[in-house]
Design a protein around this ligand. Structure first.
Ligand SMILES: NC(=O)N[C@@H](CC(=O)O)C(=O)O
Ligand SMILES: [Zn+2]
Ligand SMILES: [Zn+2]
Length: 439
């Protein structure tokens, strides 16, 4: 019944001789020298690299509540165009995803759209208020099968509450992801605390606000015997602390965003709030440490922290603007620029940090799988030699707040397959009903 797709002359993980890959019934059926059968959809993979579909542990889709900036549908389109086959939608929506009603809605809506698996992230605390634990067990037991909990946007700063959350997570077998920001150290803060912020007269967000929570949570995870996941690591000190904790045998994982791998706080000189993000863009020494940490495995994976914001929430005074930037469609290209081009990782490494490790961290059995016969056909096809120029309005997201406006970036996702179905191809999204979305 389902259509077969044949990707011809492609190099798996960018390695070895080109092969043909036949996909059908949601699986990889055959790898080798294959002649297309009648009715088979053929994708010319010559010169291209085949990778497992990407998994984003950190996405903001804004539905419910801010559908003027992104919906599950438009965010799914952006994800498919970016090579993603699964994304985790953070809980800081309105209403907050702190109940099974909301988390199940997000899952169902994602499945209805059907172009990427949208996994709901449940809130750790009711209303993200940091006072009372949300009903994690009920959310985990829902249709949405919530396996990650986070108050992202806010830090679970109360150490006792964080300790309890980790204990519950342990018995439920779910992951707690922490937005590490000691709020007492970031009152009014809008930019990385350093010479640039001082010169520009912007209130500083010190590295210690992040690092003190990372250190504390590593110790809490040690005592609870549970894993803690650190969202959007942004400082050299965080890399050192995660390395230390792993060395102690503590169960800790960490992600880095594409923007923290590329950009630094020298961008703030224009006062353009497109560069405002939490945690803030840091210094070149931090960028370098994050790249090294990702290359050596201290930092486990790349996560976009895709954060759409409306024009009126960005085009205002720097201090008043909302933090966050788009990331789904540009992530692969930024990883190519910051990690592949300088020789820090190869395509096998891209598969690891954008697909395999995130799938493992959160326990998704059908994602980040090897490209082998019998495995689920969740795939991203990448043209390593392509380059493209980013413009906000051309992205599938409703919001336009990309920090890469007018930049020409290397590497482009040319096709994405979710369970054997082509969800994006040559910049066009294919919904379940084959109508076009976004663009
Ligand atoms: N990263 C951001 O600057 N903003 C995120 C929240 C968050 O990830 O902390 C958002 O929801 O807009
Ligand atoms: Zn955050
Ligand atoms: Zn976030």
């Amino acid at each position: 019944m389902s259509e077969k797709v044949l990707i011809t002359g492609v190099r798996l993980y960018g390695e070895g001789e080109p092969v043909d890959v036949l996909v059908g019934d949601g699986e990889i059926l055959e790898i080798g020298d294959i002649t297309a059968g009648e009715g088979t959809d053929v994708i010319d993979g010559a010169g291209q690299v085949l990778l497992p579909g990407f998994v984003d542990l950190h996405t903001h889709l804004r539905e419910p509540g801010r559908e003027d900036t992104e919906t599950i549908e438009t965010g799914s389109a952006a994800a498919a165009l970016g090579g993603y086959t699964a994304v985790f939608a953070m809980a800081n929506t309105s209403p907050v995803a702190d109940s099974v009603v909301v988390t199940d809605h997000v899952w169902r809506r994602g499945q209805d759209v059907g172009i990427v698996d949208v996994h709901p992230v449940g809130a750790v605390t009711v209303g993200l208020e940091g006072k009372q634990l949300a009903e994690m067990g009920t959310m985990a037991a829902g249709v949405g099968n919530v396996r990650m909990f986070s108050d992202d946007g806010k830090c679970v700063d109360d150490p006792l509450l964080m300790r309890r959350a980790l204990e519950y997570a342990s018995s439920l077998g779910v992951l707690i992801a922490q937005h590490a920001e000691e709020p007492r150290l970031t009152v009014g803060a809008v930019a990385h605390e350093g010479p640039n912020a001082a010169r520009l007269g912007l209130a500083g967000w010190p590295r210690a606000a992040e690092e003190s929570i990372v250190a504390r949570d590593a110790l809490l995870a040690r005592d609870a015997g549970t894993r803690v996941h650190i969202c959007h690591a942004s400082t050299a000190g965080t890399v050192e602390l995660v390395k230390w904790a792993k060395g102690q045998g503590i169960s800790i994982t960490a992600e880095v965003t594409p923007h923290h791998l590329l950009l630094d706080d020298s961008r703030l000189a224009t006062y353009d709030a497109v560069n405002k993000v939490n945690p803030p863009l840091r210094e070149t020494s931090d960028v370098e440490a994050l790249r090294q940490g990702l290359a050596d495995g201290t930092i486990d994976c790349v996560a976009t922290d895709h954060a759409p914001h409306a024009e009126q929430d960005k085009c205002c005074e720097f201090a008043a603007a909302r933090p966050g930037m788009l990331g789904l469609e540009t992530a692969l290209s930024i990883v190519v620029r910051t990690m592949v081009e300088p020789g820090l990782i190869d395509w096998r490494g891209v598969a690891k940090v954008m697909s395999e490790r995130p799938a493992e961290i959160v326990g998704l059995p059908d994602q980040g799988r090897p490209i082998e016969v019998g495995e689920p056909a969740n795939l991203a096809l990448v043209d390593p030699d392509a380059s493209w120029t980013v413009t906000g309005p051309a992205l599938a997201s409703i919001a336009n707040n990309t920090p890469y406006e007018a930049m020409t970036l290397p590497g482009r996702v040319t096709a994405t397959l979710l369970r054997g179905r082509v969800t994006a191809r040559d910049g066009v999204v294919r919904s379940k009903t084959d109508s076009e979305i976004g663009g």
